[in-house]
Design a protein around this ligand. Structure first.
Ligand code: SF4
Length: 318
């Protein structure tokens, strides 16, 4: 049965769900495993699903005749069409999803830095692209959270992924509610998170919600979703986050002594210079928000955009 209270993630099946890699291996991933209790996983193994068995001779991406091909050197067979049509069918069969975690460097699933050979012969030059299934995912779901398991070992990338995943999940619930009031509430509660990510898109989303053209809900929600995707397209800049924090600070700065103000501004600077994580200025401002009982601010998602139990500051530095 569909679980409506958890984000839905499509995940590469070899990341801990099945020994379906070409060499018969399963490659469990710590973060994928940790998320298990918080999300609904839908697993996929495009290579297995198009009929390549386990174990199988490896496939690779080859650029030939002005197109990218999925080529199996051992058999000389090309599986591009099978993979493309499988990918489209699979993605079309899904209801809405909130994110994807795909296996890096795979010619099917990798979203970045997948090796592509410039010809079928041995020892040809190569370049980097993305896997064929991953291309289709990004084309069909340009607005959801999509990452590779390897990149998610980086703290900032993981934090961004979780933020985007949960914002898209909450947005899906607003969409399903078909309620304008819910959309207005969503925009309001996410105001400072949106500002921290992309102030231009935050203002645009505000104008969409104001709905001066009297569009119907369905038209409006599509437009809103596309701009929401734009707002979360990239990791936020430190300066954008500080701008949003300064706006929040403005609610109670008058109540603080000059020493307290100095301390807050110094904390922002340390964050800007990369000396402390975002959670330090966030928690500092949150404590003042509680102290001065700023009801509107207390509702803001910027304090905890995703479940705090998922916060893990470990970072491979990659
Ligand atoms: S990377 Fe993708 S295609 Fe390859 S084994 Fe994993 S799920 Fe299957």
């Amino acid at each position: 049965m569909e679980n409506i209270d958890k984000p839905k993630i499509v995940v590469s099946r070899c990341l801990g769900f099945s020994a379906c890699r070409y060499n018969g291996q399963n490659v469990p991933d710590k973060f994928v495993n940790k998320l298990k209790d918080y999300v609904e996983y839908i697993t996929v193994c495009p290579e297995l699903d198009i009929g390549l068995g386990v174990p199988r001779d490896p496939v690779r991406l080859v650029y030939e005749k002005d197109e990218i091909q999925l080529y199996q050197p051992a058999s000389g067979k090309v599986y591009t069409e099978e993979m493309e049509s499988y990918s489209l069918n699979f993605l079309n069969s899904l209801k809405e999803v909130d994110g994807f975690i795909l296996k890096g460097r795979s010619p099917s699933c990798g979203i970045k830095d997948v090796k592509m050979y410039l010809g079928k012969e041995k020892a040809v030059a190569s370049t980097k692209t993305r896997g064929i299934f991953a291309w289709k995912v990004i084309e069909k779901y340009p607005y959801v959270a999509i990452e590779e398991e390897g990149r998610l070992t980086n703290f900032r990338i993981r934090e961004h992924f979780l933020t985007k995943l949960y914002i898209m999940f909450k947005f899906r619930k607003v969409k399903d509610s078909k309620s304008m009031a819910e959309l207005v509430k969503f925009q309001s509660e996410n105001k400072y998170l949106l500002m921290a990510y992309n102030q231009k898109e935050q203002k645009l989303l505000g104008r969409i919600v104001a709905n001066h053209d009297n569009k119907n809900f369905n038209e409006l929600i599509e437009e809103y979703r596309n701009h929401l995707g734009n707002a979360f397209a990239r990791l936020p800049r430190y300066s954008n986050y500080i701008n949003a924090l300064m706006h929040i600070f403005g609610y109670f700065s008058e109540n603080l002594s000059s020493k307290e103000k100095e301390f807050v501004l110094d904390t922002f600077n340390k964050y800007r210079n990369g000396n402390i994580p975002l959670s330090v200025p966030i928690n500092l401002l949150r404590s003042y928000t509680i102290k001065y009982e700023q009801a509107y601010l207390l509702e803001q998602s910027i304090w905890a955009p995703y479940p705090e139990e998922l916060m893990d500051i470990s970072d491979t530095g990659k």
